[in-house]
Design a protein around this ligand. Structure first.
Ligand SMILES: [Zn+2]
Length: 329
């Protein structure tokens, strides 16, 4: 009996303390303070503010810079491992850690407060706050490691490379316009397609309808070459490859045709560059016919779909306007 009373007293006490902590925490959040969690790039000081740890901050900046300049999370993680750089927990660099860092608003000097909270007063287990309690977004709450422009470019690329948002749209995003109907072209994987011994990498961009690619589907490698040559026509510099950071900086819109590409620059000028196709049937219209008949054979069961993310198929199956790609960054 006494034991039961003791236990329930302890339970009540625990609940009360937990509530107090929660309340105290919330008050601190409202004042713009927050519990300190160890974050790579920052060290803690007694006044509870984030202080930059210069050596780690250098690595953080490098990660953002490389990601924005076209490297994938996996490539960056592999390189950091190879160089023997330690994470804060002395663990291995993995692409998921890089992902968390790229998504962390702390590096731009902001803070989302109360991302987690103690689930209940008995376990004190921390759970993610998915709207049960208020969240606070504090801008410029502490010194930034990466500048806002770089951070925002990284956010755009994360979104472009995230299959959850539908088709992967890296690197052109919504810049490409269908020459026939002016709809924005979407990206898809063409990994299973190999024509006349040529492996087609990097997918293509097509005018997307629920029946597949109506009339227009351009293979990305040929488009890339033309955009690069438009850039060197205008700026006199040959870019190594097409990356979002420079497209975003210079280009307003791209209008690909059957043989050429018109690049409309942010300064209002237009440059036209030829697309070179090794064979007639790689041109956008014939290729979309070819590809549509390929999809048709898969749909009718005459051919096996080995690639789950094959462009165009998911749309038919779900009847919605989304597709997926496998080209995860
Ligand atoms: Zn179209």
């Amino acid at each position: 009996m006494i034991l039961t009373i003791m236990a329930s007293f302890a339970q009540e006490e625990s609940r009360r303390i937990s509530e107090n902590i929660k309340w105290g925490k919330r008050k601190r959040f409202e004042e713009g303070k927050e519990d300190m969690v160890r974050i790579f790039g920052y060290c803690h000081t007694s006044d509870e503010r984030y202080t930059i740890s210069p050596k780690e901050a250098e690595i953080v900046r490098e990660i953002f810079y490389r990601y924005v300049h076209g490297e994938t999370r996996r490539q960056i993680a592999a390189d950091l491992r190879e160089r023997g750089i330690k994470t804060y927990s002395s663990g291995r660099w993995r692409h998921l850690l890089i992902d968390r860092m790229l998504n962390n608003e702390k590096y731009v000097g902001d803070a989302i407060l109360q991302k987690t909270y103690a689930e209940n007063h008995l376990t004190h287990k921390l759970v993610r706050n998915t709207g049960e309690l208020p969240k606070y977004y504090v801008k410029d709450s502490h010194p930034a490691i990466v500048d806002r422009h770089l951070f925002e470019q990284a956010q755009k690329i994360l979104k472009m490379r995230n299959v959850k948002y539908g088709n992967i749209s890296y690197p052109y995003g919504e810049m490409l316009e269908c020459p026939y109907c002016r709809k924005t072209l979407v990206h898809g994987s063409l990994k299973d397609i190999s024509c006349a011994g040529n492996r087609i990498h990097n997918g293509g961009w097509g005018c997307y309808g629920k029946d597949g690619f109506r009339k227009y589907l351009v293979i990305q490698i040929f488009l890339d070459d033309a955009v690069i040559s438009a850039y060197s026509k205008k700026h006199g510099i040959k870019m190594e490859k097409v990356d979002f950071y420079w497209l975003d900086y210079f280009i307003e819109r791209i209008l690909p045709g059957e043989n050429d590409v018109s690049v409309i620059w942010k300064d209002g000028e237009t440059t036209v560059a030829k697309m070179k196709f090794p064979k007639e049937r790689f041109l956008p219209s014939p290729f979309s016919d070819f590809y549509n008949s390929y999809l048709e054979r898969i749909r009718s069961g005459k051919k096996k779909n080995k690639n789950r993310f094959l462009m165009g198929l998911e749309v038919c199956e779900n009847g919605n306007n989304e597709s997926t790609g496998e080209n995860r960054g």
